[in-house]
Design a protein around this ligand. Structure first.
Ligand SMILES: Cc1c2[nH]c(c1CCC(=O)O)Cc1[nH]c(c(CCC(=O)O)c1C)Cc1[nH]c(c(CCC(=O)O)c1C)Cc1[nH]c(c(C)c1CCC(=O)O)C2
Length: 469
């Protein structure tokens, strides 16, 4: 009988517990305890249902291209619930000179597939459009000059497309995905496919055009009843007596007899520890176990404040068609971004309703973290009104704070993770899960957790199976 401790009941910890439960059905002999410090499971995944409003407090979807969340949903019997974003009306705006400007159609991040659509766009100056076109001609040079070392996302974008593209869409896109500073984020960690494209084709535009014709699917996928259903279904598939709420782990230690995990209620022995707590918590718990691990786990993290407003009448609050907008760093708006939820997804609002989510990040989020809900909502309304025009009185308001929820993968991240992996494998039975290490998206967290759980359960002896998952 192998005893496994899971520290943290967010999506990573739950996916690990779910996979271990599956393995016991396959005959593995396991005893599992999932320790969650708070009184609820799911971490930053939380769906609030208010009347017919379906309000996401954290992630509202996953990136369709990454299959592991959909696979899990299907396994959990949620195949009928899987729902694509409304990509027929997909448009993302960027706040430029106090006005919302649509990003050109057919972009993948900041790279255009369709140069004619780019020409038709009003977002860029003639010089920036020229810089895009010239990137194609510089393919050979870009390939020859591809750096051997990691660099910042800013340096990478600047080399390909110049300063205007970087500030107008590079920086806001990255802050809408990684909540961070383009001059610090690691291009190898956060834009891995683009780095590979540069190595192969030099020009990113050429690389994307070579892949054109690839299957078209919606950018985002969610569940009709909300992301919270994924959490609920996982919980339902985990033996009840595995889960301990309000059970903050105070220390872990590793010795000849295996692992010890201590909470206010006592100390227990385990053969394996799956550390799925936020990276800050993981870092302080593991410092006494291996002091050299801690510096590899210390990273900046951005905080987010999310404010959702539901309105009964969309006509009283017109917004431009599309999914929402991003705000470039340095703008005089306090907002980081906003989503027009009822246009991005079906079935989020009562007939004719409107649902808008506003995001604050960086310094604004740090400040709002200390404000009351009504003050935070008032700031969000004011900031939205400055961009979209006057807001009617909302019928529903939800405010959530997610302190240090999004770790920043700084330049050199992959090398640091390699060193961290070496330290981890030197300690028998430890795995690190969550968004601090190998990806920030919900699908990445699920995949990572399930691979680790299978390894612990002794399944997947042939690594092909691991790669498949
Ligand atoms: C501000 C913010 C958002 N989302 C996020 C932030 C960062 C701040 C934080 O949470 O702390 C976080 C985020 N956004 C995305 C991910 C998943 C990344 C992954 O799986 O690799 C993550 C972790 C996908 C995305 N999020 C976005 C893209 C780009 C989509 C595009 O190219 O149009 C991706 C891949 C853009 C985005 N992102 C957001 C908005 C309002 C928008 C534009 C409009 C919309 O779609 O709602 C909200």
């Amino acid at each position: 009988m192998k005893r496994v401790a899971i520290v943290g009941g967010g999506v990573a910890g739950l996916a690990a517990a779910y996979e271990l439960a599956q393995q016991t059905h396959n005959g593995a002999s396991l005893q599992v305890v999932l320790f969650e410090a708070s009184t609820r499971l799911g971490g930053i995944i939380e769906t609030v249902h208010e009347g017919e409003f379906v309000i996401e407090c954290g992630p509202d979807a996953w990136v369709t291209e990454k299959p592991w969340a959909r696979e899990l949903a299907e396994e959990l019997g949620l195949g009928d619930e899987v729902m694509p974003s409304n990509d027929a009306t997909r448009k993302t705006y960027v706040l430029v000179d106090k006005k919302l400007q649509a990003m050109p159609d057919g972009m993948r991040m900041m790279v255009p597939v369709d140069l004619d659509a780019l020409d038709a766009s009003e977002m860029f100056s003639a010089a920036a459009k020229r810089a895009y076109r010239e990137e194609v001609g510089r393919a050979e040079q870009l390939r020859a000059d591809a750096p051997d070392e990691d660099e910042s996302v800013a340096e990478f974008i600047r080399r390909h497309f110049g300063e205007e593209v970087l500030t107008k869409i590079g920086a806001p896109l990255l802050s809408g995905v990684f909540g961070g500073d383009v001059s610090k984020l690691s291009v190898r960690a956060v834009m891995t496919p683009f780095v590979a494209m540069e190595r192969e084709h030099g020009s990113l535009i050429v690389a994307l055009q070579a892949r054109a014709g690839a299957k078209k699917h919606s950018v985002f996928t969610t569940l009709r009843s909300g992301m919270g259903t994924l959490v609920d279904r996982m919980i339902a598939a985990i033996p009840e007596d595995w889960i301990r709420l309000a059970a903050e782990v105070q220390f872990v230690s590793c010795g000849d007899e295996g692992w010890l995990v201590g909470t206010a209620r006592g100390v227990e022995r385990f053969d394996a520890v799956m550390m799925a707590a936020p990276v800050d918590v993981a870092c302080s718990l593991l410092k006494p176990v291996d002091a050299e691990m801690a510096p590899l786990m210390e990273m900046e993290a951005s905080s987010a404040v999310v404010v959702a407003f539901g309105f009964p009448g969309a006509t009283k609050f017109p917004v431009p068609p599309g999914f929402g907008f991003l705000v470039p760093p340095g703008s005089d708006s306090l907002l980081l971004a906003a989503t027009f939820v009822d246009q991005k997804f079906e079935d989020r609002v009562p007939q004719g309703g409107r649902l808008v989510r506003a995001f604050f990040g960086g310094k604004a989020a740090e400040r709002l973290m200390r404000c009351r809900n009504d003050e935070t909502a008032a700031v969000a309304r004011m900031e939205l009104a400055r961009i979209l025009g006057p807001l009617p009185e909302p019928q529903v308001t939800v405010v959530r704070r997610w302190p240090r929820s999004l770790p920043q993968y700084a330049v050199g991240h992959l090398k640091r993770m390699k060193k961290l992996d070496e330290r981890v494998s030197a300690l028998d039975g430890l795995s690190l899960l969550g968004n601090g290490y190998r990806g920030v998206g919900v699908p990445d967290l699920i995949r990572d957790a399930r691979v680790a759980a299978r390894r612990i359960a002794g399944a997947n002896k042939d690594l092909a199976g691991v790669a498949e998952l």
